[in-house]
Design a protein around this ligand. Sequence first.
Ligand code: SAM
Ligand code: SF4
Length: 479
Amino acid sequence: MILTPSMTGIASPDPLQHAFKVKSAPHAGRSGSRPVFLEPQQWHQWWQQPSQATERALYIHIPFCRKRCTFCNFFENGTNPERISRYIKNLTQQLHIAADTPLAQSRGFNTVYVGGGTPTDISSDEVKQLGEAISRFPLVDNAEVTLEGRLNGFDDDKWHNATANGFNRFSFGVQSFDTQVRQAAGRFDDKDFLLNRLQQLSQHPSASIVIDLIFGLPGQTLDVWQQDLQAVIDSGVHGVDLYQLIGLSGTRIEHAREKGKILGTALSEFQADSQTRAKMYASGANHFEAQNWQRLSSCHWRRDSRERSVYNSLAKSGIEILPFGAGAGGSIHGHGCMNGRDLKKWHQAHDEVTSPNELIANDSIATEPMANAPVQVPGMLMSPNPSASLDAIFKRGLDGGKLNLSLLPSAMALHLSPLFSAWQNNGLAELVQDQLTLTLAGRFWNVNMQTGLFEFLAENPLTSETSSQQTHSVHAIAS
Ligand SMILES: C[S@@+](CC[C@H](N)C(=O)[O-])C[C@H]1O[C@@H](n2cnc3c(N)ncnc32)[C@H](O)[C@@H]1O
Ligand code: SF4
């Protein structure tokens, strides 16, 4: 059996700071999938088949930003009103077609996420059009419908149009409240503006307002971080995500780091190392839990039950997610899919099937039956992941801080027991009967643990042979 420190972490008197060296990746994953090609006719058929999913979501991507922030590599296209309006026109058209298909109508949608980029940068009227298009899908009662973005430019008109047209959750990237740290990161507003606006929006009688904070930004000292945490409470929001800064390639922070520089503030050139970030995570968790906020995942806390985080928790369970827009990812009939990011090609695919000349010139393209499916845009499709349901149990459990081993096939739980024991010995988890509960250190390192678990299974696959050997050894121990 192969068991390495990248799977188990290392033994240390302070596992929070030292169990692993650095966060391995933003998310963990494995895939036994391979790319597949789907003929247009098959794509069309997909949309005529009812869904087999029990829970599902829509993901709609808005790939525009007004500014490239120093830490982020989600920037895809600069904001420009004509460009956005052309995109929204094609996007809503596809949503209208998709909403009428048997696939969409066969079952309710639990949650919708409009993410980016910066969806709040679209105009107020476009927010309304998007809300109307979403409402054509069969949403379950009390479905969560999130609009992501930033507070800058999200004026009263947009806010009213959004809440009047079905959006009931708003996820704003704040990153840090500290004016100097924000400016250094390329953000627009100062602390007072953010606090005032969040306090106003959080007064809404039912909408959930959540914000993202990053810890580890240049210039963000431990002292600044404490003030950030207090500002979350003062802002009145209903939920918060605390993300550790990941050194994403192509970002200005990474370029500077490669040259040995830090893009700090006039007051501070400080940038937290991995150990200090661990302390920042712990102080964040303690801060919110001391105020009776509830932890919904390793990085998300809520003030009260208005905030549910349905999309984020279901997305980790590998549910069906119908993706729309350039750069959107999802899963249809068990096939992972990722629409290409290239806006030009995305529009081309759309224009090809909707151009009246094409329809007349070639009646094999987009004739009546093909119209009953959204446009097949360029991108990647994968064969179904054979271990999808198992992976969902691992991901949801480890991300939520509790892995219920009785949900696993017993041979798998037994097979993983050396890894679980190592995690326990290294202060990352506690194993009591069928429950593996992550410690604070485990929650901080949970993505490394998920990656380690998938690595363990890749190195030590559970074959029918190993499974029967284990059964024998269990019987031997029992007798
Ligand atoms: C796709 S971004 C959209 C946010 C929105 N456009 C904004 O300007 O706030 C979603 C979130 O990803 C997080 N994020 C982006 N880059 C990150 C990084 N390098 N490390 C950790 N989190 C990051 C930020 O907290 C951000 O709010
Ligand atoms: S944080 Fe938001 S606005 Fe900034 S580059 Fe990333 S997606 Fe765009």
